[in-house]
Design a protein around this ligand. Structure first.
Ligand code: HEM
Length: 479
C-alpha cells in the first residue's frame, strides 16, 4: 500500500480510538463527578461520527438551525459533544443573566484555544482568548483606557471626520455613475480605516491601510482552510506541513523592515482590535441601512429628526455632539442590533472549575459554554412582534421611566448583541458611536432607495458574522 495511505489510515484509526476514549471519559466520568448532577440534556449521538459531522460545519454559527430544533426538543440549556469537549448552549435570557451577571466571575473564563488560535493570540495573550485572570485584566484595561473609554474615544473625533470624508468621496464617485451602490464594501473600508488610524496613528496613509487590509483579508479567507489543522495539530504538523507554513506566512510583517513583529508584541493585539471592530460594525451598519431602505417611512422619520437637530442652514454634517439630541437615531440602531445581531454566538465561555448551575446541572471545567444571542433578543414575552423592525419600541421602554435602555443587561437581559457581564464587548460604546455617526451622516446627505423600487431581501448568510445573503444595493439620491 502507498506509504501516505498507510500513514493516513493509522491516523484515522488513532483519531477514532482517542475520540472514543475521550468521549466516554467526558460523558460518563465527568457526569458522575458531583454524584447526582448531570450535564444538561444532549441529543443521542454516536461517538466520533457525530463529532465529525458537527466538526464538518466550519464555524459554530453554522449549527444554528439544528441548535434551534434541539432547544425546542430538549429545553433552554443543552449539551453537544464537539471533539472531545462538551459544548453547552443556553437559549434563555434568565439563565443567561444567572450565568453571565449573577455568577459573572465563575463564567468569565475561556476554554483552551485551538492550535491555530494559540498562535494567532500568542498563546492567549490577547483580550478575547485570554483566560480570566491578571493577563486578561491587564490587556483589557490597556485597551479600554487607551482607546475605548468614551473620554479617550472623543480624542479620535478628527479621525472619524477624516474617514467620513473618505466614505462620502467614494459614494460620490459611485453616485455619478447612477449605478446602484453595494454599500457594504464602502462601509467596511471606512470602518477599517478608522480602526487602523486609531491603532497606528494619523501618519498612516491610504496605501498602507490597503496593505494592512490585504493581509487581514487573506487571513480571513484562509480561516476555513486552516481550521482542519486543529483536529490533531501534532499530526497535521507532519502530514500537512505545507499548510502550516502557509499559515505562518499570514502573520503581519512590517512592509519596510521586512521583519515579522515579535510574537508577544502588539501585532496580535492590533490585529484583534481591527478584527473585532470592523466586520461586526460593518455588518450591523449594513443591516440597519437595509431596514431604512426597506421601510422608507422609518427613513423619513429619521431624516426629519436629523434635520430638526442640524437645522435647515448650511450645516452639511452631523457632528458628534448633535447625536445626543437624536433619540430616534439611537432607537433605530438598537432595533438593528436586536433584530440582526452580527454575532449570533459569543466567544465561547468556560468555568474555572466544575460548578452546579441553577441547582440543576453540572457545568464541567472542560466544557465550552455559549449563548444563542439572536433568540435571546427575540423573546415574544419581552418584545411584541419580535421579528418586526420597529425602532419605536425603544422610545418608550421601561414603562416611560425615561431611563436609557440598558444594553449591558446588568439588571435584566432583554437582548445582548455585545454579550453581558465581565466579558462584555469592551468596544460597545465606541461601536454605538460609530454606527450613530455614520448612519446620521449618510441619511442627512442621501435618500437611500431600493433598486428599481423592489423589495429588500433580508435573508441571512453565516460568515464570521451573520451577514446579508444578498448584499444590500442602494440608489443614492442627494437630498
Ligand atoms: C457592532 C459592533 C460590535 C459587536 C456586535 C460586538 C460584539 C461582541 C461580542 C458578542 C463579544 C463577545 C462577548 C463575550 O464573549 O461574552 C465581543 C467581544 C469583544 N469585542 Fe466586540 N463587538 C463590536 C464591536 C467591537 C469593537 C469596535 C471593538 C474594538 C475596537 C471590539 C472589541 C472586542 C473585544 C476585544 C472583545 C473580547 C472581550 C473579552 O474577551 O474580554 N468589539 N464583541
Amino acid at each position: 500500500m502507498n506509504h501516505w495511505l498507510l500513514v493516513l489510515f493509522s491516523i484515522l484509526i488513532s483519531i477514532s480510538i482517542s475520540g472514543i476514549l475521550k468521549f466516554i471519559f467526558n460523558r460518563y466520568f465527568i457526569n458522575s463527578k458531583p454524584a447526582h448532577y448531570k450535564l444538561p440534556p444532549s441529543p443521542l449521538s454516536i461517538p466520533v461520527i457525530s463529532n465529525l459531522l458537527w466538526r464538518g460545519r466550519i464555524s459554530p454559527s453554522d449549527h444554528h438551525p439544528i441548535l434551534n430544533k434541539l432547544h425546542a426538543k430538549l429545553g433552554p440549556i443543552i449539551t453537544i459533544y464537539l471533539g472531545s469537549r462538551p459544548v453547552i448552549f443556553i437559549a434563555d435570557r434568565f439563565l443567561a443573566h444567572k450565568a453571565l451577571i449573577q455568577n459573572g466571575a465563575v463564567f468569565a473564563n475561556r476554554p483552551p484555544p485551538s492550535a491555530t488560535q494559540k498562535i494567532v493570540s500568542s498563546n492567549q495573550r490577547n483580550v478575547s482568548l485570554a483566560s480570566y485572570g491578571p493577563t486578561w485584566r491587564l490587556l483589557r484595561r490597556n485597551l479600554t483606557e487607551n482607546f475605548l473609554h468614551p473620554s479617550r474615544a472623543k480624542s479620535f473625533s478628527h479621525s472619524r471626520r477624516w474617514v467620513l470624508q473618505i466614505l462620502m468621496n467614494r459614494l460620490e464617485s459611485q453616485e455619478k455613475s447612477a449605478q446602484p451602490v453595494r454599500i457594504r464594501e464602502h462601509l467596511q473600508y471606512a470602518m477599517f480605516c478608522l480602526l487602523v488610524v486609531m491603532c497606528f496613528g494619523d501618519n498612516v496613509d491610504e496605501t498602507q491601510i490597503k496593505q494592512i487590509e490585504e493581509v487581514q483579508r487573506r487571513t480571513f479567507l484562509s480561516f476555513k482552510r486552516f481550521n482542519i489543522l486543529n483536529i490533531w495539530p501534532r499530526m497535521t504538523k507532519i502530514v500537512m506541513r505545507r499548510r502550516w507554513e502557509e499559515f505562518y506566512q499570514l502573520r503581519l510583517e512590517f512592509p519596510d523592515e521586512k521583519r515579522k513583529l515579535d510574537e508577544v508584541e502588539i501585532s496580535n493585539l492590533c490585529s484583534e482590535f481591527l478584527n473585532a471592530g470592523t466586520d461586526t460594525t460593518t455588518t450591523a451598519l449594513e443591516w440597519i441601512m437595509a431596514n431604512l431602505v426597506k421601510y422608507p417611512k422609518i427613513q423619513d422619520k429619521l431624516f426629519m429628526e436629523i434635520k430638526g437637530v442640524v437645522g435647515n442652514g448650511d450645516q452639511e454634517e452631523v457632528s458628534e455632539s448633535d447625536l445626543r439630541r437624536m433619540p430616534y437615531l439611537k432607537a433605530v440602531i438598537l432595533e438593528g442590533l436586536r433584530r440582526h445581531p452580527p454575532a449570533r454566538l459569543l466567544v465561547p465561555h468556560a468555568v474555572r472549575e466544575d460548578v452546579v448551575f441553577n441547582n440543576e446541572y453540572l457545568i464541567p471545567e472542560s466544557a465550552a459554554i455559549n449563548f444563542l444571542v439572536a433568540e435571546l433578543g427575540w423573546d415574544p414575552k419581552v418584545w411584541e412582534d419580535p421579528l418586526a423592525f420597529k425602532p419605536e419600541r425603544f422610545l418608550n421602554h421601561d414603562n416611560g421611566t425615561g431611563q436609557e435602555f440598558d444594553i449591558t443587561g446588568s439588571r435584566e437581559i432583554k437582548m445582548m448583541p455585545f454579550g453581558a457581564g465581565r466579558r462584555i464587548c469592551p468596544g460597545y460604546q465606541l461601536a454605538m458611536l460609530h454606527m450613530e455617526y455614520y448612519v446620521a451622516n449618510l441619511i442627512l446627505k442621501y435618500e437611500c432607495k431600493s433598486v428599481d423600487g423592489g423589495d429588500v431581501d433580508l435573508s441571512e448568510k453565516v460568515e464570521r458574522t451573520m451577514m446579508m445573503k444578498n448584499p444590500l444595493q442602494v440608489h443614492l439620491s442627494r437630498r
